[in-house]
Design a protein around this ligand. Structure first.
Ligand code: HEC
Length: 139
């Protein structure tokens, strides 16, 4: 009798744990990948960056629950580094400067293949960096 109660208790616990685990798992939302060859910094940001960094750059995009690394708040770059260093930010975006374990794609190859000429690619990346600079929290 005791044994039966113990078995039932274990089974009930397993079912509850499983139910909680399933409920806690974020629902995967399928979205169509968007691409743009715009040179507009805000438009580029909306298409390529907002999914993780959030529409306003605060690190609260829809993909955050699926990532292991914390997604940085891009409005605080200047605060954290003491100033907004455009070249350093560009290196992070294109993937030349990133942690060994990273979850952000290196955007260098994406941009290099998207634009017809290196000049247009540079303009696009430059405008994207300007957009991030404009996002910096007022100090
Ligand atoms: C898949 C999610 C994801 C996307 C999409 C993404 N990022 Fe990131 N980003 C991260 C994560 C996570 C980090 C932290 C370091 C890493 O994983 O490389 C990061 C780091 C950064 C950093 C460094 C911030 C700091 O303070 O050191 C910058 C700048 C940045 N991202 C800009 C961008 C821009 C611009 C885009 C769009 C072109 C973009 N990110 C798209 C996830 C993402």
């Amino acid at each position: 009798m005791r044994f039966k109660i113990a078995v039932v208790a274990v089974l009930v616990t397993l079912v509850v744990v499983l139910a909680l685990a399933l409920a806690a798992r974020p629902k995967v939302e399928q979205v169509t990948a968007r691409v743009t060859i715009s040179e507009d910094g805000a438009a580029l940001y909306a298409v390529y960056c907002a999914s993780c960094h959030g529409a306003q750059g605060r690190g609260d995009g829809k993909a955050v629950p699926y990532l292991r690394l914390a997604v940085p708040d891009l409005t605080g770059i200047a605060d954290r580094a003491g100033k907004f260093d455009s070249e350093a930010v560009l290196q992070k975006i294109i993937g030349e400067d990133r942690p060994a374990y990273h979850e952000m794609p290196g955007w260098g190859t994406v941009f290099a293949s998207a634009y017809a000429t290196p000049e247009r690619e540079r303009v696009a990346l430059n405008n994207l960096v300007r957009h991030l600079e404009a996002m910096q929290a007022a100090r």
